[in-house]
Design a protein around this ligand. Structure first.
Ligand code: 5BU
Length: 276
């Protein structure tokens, strides 16, 4: 077992479900242990046929499907109907990586309305904390009645990110004050609850910028391995994009990443071996 900085990092996902009041967080933690996966795939393709095919093929290996719905060139509402059916078929959650960043009143409208009606289908979405608590309150007005969950961007994977240090600690404080709806973070490491001066509580950490093959890309992306993310940095969900959907055989790659992420979790939590 690693030298844990958080009492929650050494607990099993399903045991941690009891630490959350939010039904979506509870569902996610339970299904991760059931399916034996802490892998999320970022399916950043621009045609609906590719998105839906990958969602179906990769579904058995993932706990979360991460979307950027606004990069589809041929979006229509049937995409949502099919994505929702696939999520049920394969028992995973959908995370729309929308990165809301405006005042509460505006984000509430962006979340509920427009072409995509994100709140109506995305179990999880995320927001930058930069506007202050109002962004969380605005999104919660729409999302909480629907049982949705929010992640705050505490850190980013990209080179030169301004989301660090005190900014990240303030993000933790914002989550602690709004924990009914904010179930965790997009981040690169588990933040210590006590650093914000508040009582330690459990949050989910989902981490993009993961590759077993590349150190980064030409546009500032920085990659780390599943082991670094899950064991060293004590994050919970490994998010992989091009490393999986860009491979010749995405299913084979998804299996590899799932195995690496899951074994790192087993080691972190002191469980030995792996039962398929
Ligand atoms: P990649 O192909 O594995 O590099 O894709 C990473 C995905 O995660 C992509 O959808 C990004 O928009 C997303 N992402 C990220 O890379 N880094 C971050 O800090 C955040 C999101 Br927040």
């Amino acid at each position: 077992m690693s030298n844990s900085t958080s009492p929650y990092a050494s607990q099993r996902y399903s045991a941690r479900a009891a630490n959350f009041a939010n039904a979506t967080a509870v569902q996610l933690l339970n299904l991760m242990d059931e399916k034996k996966t802490n892998l999320s795939v970022a399916v950043d393709v621009t045609e609906k046929k590719d998105l839906l095919r990958l969602a179906d093929e990769l579904g058995p290996y993932i706990c979360v499907l991460k979307t950027h719905i606004d990069i589809l060139t041929d979006f229509d509402p049937s995409v949502i109907t099919t994505l929702t059916a696939l999520a049920q078929k394969h028992n995973y959650l959908i995370f729309e990586d929308r990165k809301f960043a405006d005042i509460g009143s505006t984000v509430a409208a962006q979340y509920a309305h427009g072409v995509y009606k994100i709140a109506s289908w995305a179990h999880i979405t995320n927001a930058h904390p930069v506007p202050g608590d109002g962004i969380v309150h605005g999104l919660a007005q729409v999302g909480l009645p629907l049982g949705r969950a929010l992640l705050l961007l505490a850190e980013m994977s990209s080179k030169g990110t301004l989301a660090r240090g005190e900014y990240s600690q303030e993000t933790l404080r914002m989550a602690q004050d709004n924990a009914e709806f904010v179930v965790g973070f997009i981040g690169q490491r588990r933040l210590k609850g006590t650093e914000s001066g508040k009582e330690e509580r459990d949050f989910l950490y989902m981490t993009p910028g993961v590759s077993m093959a590349q150190p980064g890309d030409a546009l500032g992306q920085q990659y780390r391995s599943p082991e670094q993310v899950v064991e060293e940095s004590e994050c919970d969900v490994v998010i992989v994009g091009r490393g999986i959907y860009g491979a010749q055989d995405p299913v084979a790659k998804a299996r590899e990443y799932r195995e690496a992420g899951w074994n790192a979790y087993l080691r972190r939590t002191g469980q030995t071996g792996r039962s398929e």
